[in-house]
Ligand binder design. Structure first.
Ligand code: TPW
Ligand code: MG
Length: 545
């Protein structure tokens, strides 16, 4: 096989379902093969950050790997931020970069798009991917492709493949099917036994789940295990949306003082907190009402299981879950089961101005009437407001917290699932990547986009109330929608919001942008509690009170 075809079929074998990309001269030969071979559909977008966000969101929904194909230098450096986010949030995106040919590399001239040395790009990506290969040697390329794709799957993190443009058509042989990295089943079994014993001995065990359970495709197994063990399941902030389709969905989302008090109490008073696939980040834990002592928790993540002061290494999450399921004895509903209040429904369609909770209420009403939609959310108050939306599949940068994710992620979700997504995005974040909606028409995508337009970087204002630079001018996003091929509706009252949502649902085949004008300074209760909790923790860490 030639390099390009070998890469494409190996990608498909690793579970890729599509490629997002933007070509450039160093990548043109490879893109030509992508189009001609049609192994995977190609979606071109407008700016590389969107390529990365879309590929990240797509893999969050379909599993396997996501693919972001770009040109050398100018393209690849534009992709750094979304790949850093994918690394942090454990999303296995394959970066496919074009590159100068082997002859160009040895000519001694600087090559266009070159930053410092020809390796600068590789060096940058070493920092934010878990494995890398430059396919410049026909003798080793096939093996390298196999290894790198295996790393993406096993570590559930991005990887980097660089293809010199003259290598595209070079024969490299078949990409071998590598066996998984060695795992000792006895170690897995011992870890499973110990975790089960700890849970069985506990008064109020709780299972806290996060990103990895989805990335490793174990959601159904985890749901079944929790049910068998009779342990309540809670998601982290970052893990919101997990297990949405499970027969026993999570009882709620843990956000410390920012979340529902019942959930906070349940998690923080647990004497055996089993954190499965959890990212130990400040957005997940900084708002704790009382300190969670991680030394007493059980943490299974990043191929390790930590109990108190000892650690089992090389225990992949799916193996642990399977071993626990084999050994688990069923038990009934535990005494500490809780039922927190339902999300708000029944929007009062009057002439009152719209607040964040009204949007959540209107979305809940829509999903009740017309069925659930997958959600992509940006960072900003929209994500905190999403905590009041019914527990639904959600892709959001809850930990890395990079703005600009929402709109391109929504496009990735539609490409990955074929379902019409709901996109939640602030006006500030929309200014970064909202233009990508212009690509909907050519692919037949029709997301419903709700812009939380408070003419403000509101979340920053919450941290720094006096600063004038957090005021944004009012951009007429509704007017832009038409020229991008969609439908724009500006709403100011709850009645208009309810009507706009009905119109959006009825308008299929084109994206609909609902530009929700909100008062500056009006934020969701979850965000204001989050900010207070976060600041309290920060000042405590700095030695304040
Ligand atoms: C890529 C820092 C975090 S939140 C925020 C900024 C600038 C304001 C968000 O404004 P928006 O939403 O979208 O209008 P809202 O609800 O707060 O009004 N650059 C990047 N990512 C982050 N997180 C920042 C800056 C930031
Ligand atoms: Mg805003």
């Amino acid at each position: 096989m030639r390099t390009a075809e070998a890469v494409l079929s190996a990608l498909r074998g690793a579970g890729a379902q599509e490629i997002f990309g933007i070509p450039g001269d160093f990548a043109l030969p490879f893109f030509e093969v992508i189009e001609r071979a049609a192994t995977l559909p190609l979606y071109t977008l407008s700016h590389e950050p969107a390529v990365g966000f879309a590929a990240d969101a797509a893999v969050r929904f379909h599993g396997g790997v996501g693919v972001a194909a770009i040109t050398y230098g100018a393209g690849a450096f534009n992709l750094v931020n979304p790949i850093a986010g994918a690394y942090a949030e454990r999303s296995p995106v394959v970066v496919l970069s074009g590159a100068p040919s082997r002859a160009e590399r040895s000519r001694g001239l600087l090559v266009h798009h070159q930053a410092r040395t020809l390796q600068s790009q590789l060096n940058v990506y070493r920092e934010i991917t878990c494995d890398q290969a430059v396919l410049d040697d026909p003798a080793t390329a096939a093996e390298a492709i196999a290894r790198v794709l295996r790393s993406a799957r096993e570590h559930s993190q991005p990887v980097y493949l660089e293809i010199p443009r003259d290598m595209v058509g070079v024969e490299i042989g078949m990409v071998p099917a590598l066996p998984p990295s060695p795992v000792d089943p006895d170690a897995v079994g011992a870890a499973a036994d110990e975790v089960l014993a700890r849970l069985a001995a506990a008064r109020s065990p709780v299972l806290l789940v996060d990103a990895e359970i989805r990335r490793y495709g174990t959601e159904a197994e985890v749901a079944e295990l929790a049910h068998r063990l009779g342990i309540p399941v809670v998601t982290t902030f970052m893990g919101r949306g997990l297990l949405a389709d499970a027969p026993n969905p999570p009882v709620g989302t843990y956000i410390g003082v920012a979340g529902q008090p019942e959930i906070t109490e349940l998690v923080e008073s647990s004497d055996a907190l089993f954190m499965l696939g959890v990212i130990l980040s400040d957005t997940n834990f900084s708002t704790a009402a009382r300190q969670i002592d991680l030394r007493h928790a059980i943490i299974a993540a990043e191929r390790q299981v930590r109990l108190g002061f000892h650690t089992y290494h090389e225990v992949p999450l799916p193996d642990l879950v399977a071993a626990m399921a084999d050994r688990a004895r069923p038990s009934g509903t535990p005494a500490h089961w809780i039922t927190p209040p339902d999300p708000p429904t029944g929007l009062i369609a009057d002439d009152a101005p719209i607040g964040p909770t009204d949007i959540a209420t209107a979305v809940n009403d829509m999903m009740h009437d017309h069925g659930a939609m997958p959600i992509a959310s940006d960072m900003g108050d929209c994500l905190f407001t999403a905590m009041d939306i019914e527990h639904t599949a959600l892709a959001a940068p809850g930990y890395y917290a990079g703005m600009g994710f929402g709109v391109p992620a929504g496009l990735g979700v539609q490409a990955a699932t074929g379902e019409r997504p709901l996109i939640l995005v602030g006006d500030g974040a929309f200014q970064m990547t909202g233009w990508e909606l212009g690509n909907c028409r050519r692919y037949g995508w029709d997301p419903i986009v709700i812009v939380f337009n408070n003419a403000s970087w509101e979340m920053l204002r919450a941290f720094q109330p006096g600063a004038g630079y957090n005021d944004l001018p009012d951009w007429p996003f509704d007017e832009l929608a038409g020229s991008l091929g969609g439908v724009g509706i500006r709403v100011r009252t709850r009645r208009e919001l309810a009507e706009a949502i009905e119109q959006a649902v009825a308008t299929e085949g084109r994206f609909v942008l609902i530009d929700v004008v909100m008062e500056r300074g009006r934020m969701s209760d979850t965000l204001s509690r989050f900010v207070t909790g976060f600041e309290r923790q920060r000042s405590a860490a700095a030695g304040g009170s």
